[in-house]
Design a protein around this ligand. Structure first.
Ligand code: ADE
Length: 236
């Protein structure tokens, strides 16, 4: 891996990374500020995409085309879909799908993108497994899970919406960008991994928990991203 694109949807998810990196240049494209430089010994481009799948897909494509990123990491927070996965814990993607893709009346299973050969997008297995190992080292006080991430253009904050996602797709957590980044990476043939810290339980308590825990959760992801980059740098 020569250059890692690192996407966070919100400033809180990238501000620490930007503060810790050596910035060589900053370029604005599609209203997003791409910070290129080095972080933990690896060449990186760190960017805040904005929230939602369209922003995330545009951002991932620019990282690939304009900056030559050959690997994409997405860092941020998410709502838990599994009672065992608690606020503060980390979920590393095994596969990622769109929980709001619905072409059922067009003859496709719920979640399936019509005429696409895969149902979900598989994260890079070696990167995910390294991330899991690094996470146990740098965040010893929290649990780390490797599982399915369900993305949609919805902040999930009620029990019924959460149960619908779980019954249709299973999954470890839900958020609003991962599947778009995964799909863009898949289309470009680039390895990716989604790293998410749990900020809420995606149920009726989510609107209250999210603001209380997002900063602390985002910090767990920062430690993971920086640790993972350091390990990748050692392997170079
Ligand atoms: N990001 C963090 N929590 C979330 C939730 N409950 N739904 C969607 N995205 C989220």
């Amino acid at each position: 891996m020569q250059k890692i694109g690192i996407i966070g949807a919100m400033e809180i998810e990238v501000e620490r990374l930007k503060a810790d990196m050596t910035v060589r240049r900053e370029i604005t494209k599609a209203r997003m500020v791409f910070c290129e430089g080095e972080l933990s010994g690896m060449p990186v481009v760190v960017v805040r995409s904005g929230i939602g799948k369209v922003n995330a897909a545009v951002c991932a494509q620019i990282l690939t085309d304009e900056f030559g990123a050959d690997c994409i990491m997405n860092t941020g927070v998410a709502g838990s879909l599994d009672a065992r996965i608690d606020i503060g814990d980390i979920v590393i993607s095994k596969d990622v799908l769109h929980h709001d893709m619905d072409a059922v009346n067009f003859g496709y299973p719920l979640g399936q993108i019509p005429q696409m050969e895969v149902f979900s997008f598989e994260a890079d297995a070696a990167l995910a497994s390294l991330a899991e190992e690094v996470c146990r080292e740098v965040n010893p006080d929290i649990a780390v899970y490797h599982g399915r991430i369900a993305s949609g253009d919805q902040f999930i904050a009620d029990k019924a919406a959460k149960e619908r996602i779980i019954s249709c797709f299973g999954g470890s957590c839900t958020e609003m960008e991962g599947a778009a980044i995964a799909q863009t990476s898949y289309l470009n043939g680039i390895p990716f991994v989604i790293l998410r810290a749990i900020s809420d339980k995606a149920d009726d308590s989510a609107s209250m928990d999210y603001p209380a825990f997002e900063r602390e959760a985002a910090q767990h992801c920062v430690r993971l991203v920086e640790g993972l980059l350091a390990r990748l740098a050692k392997k170079q």
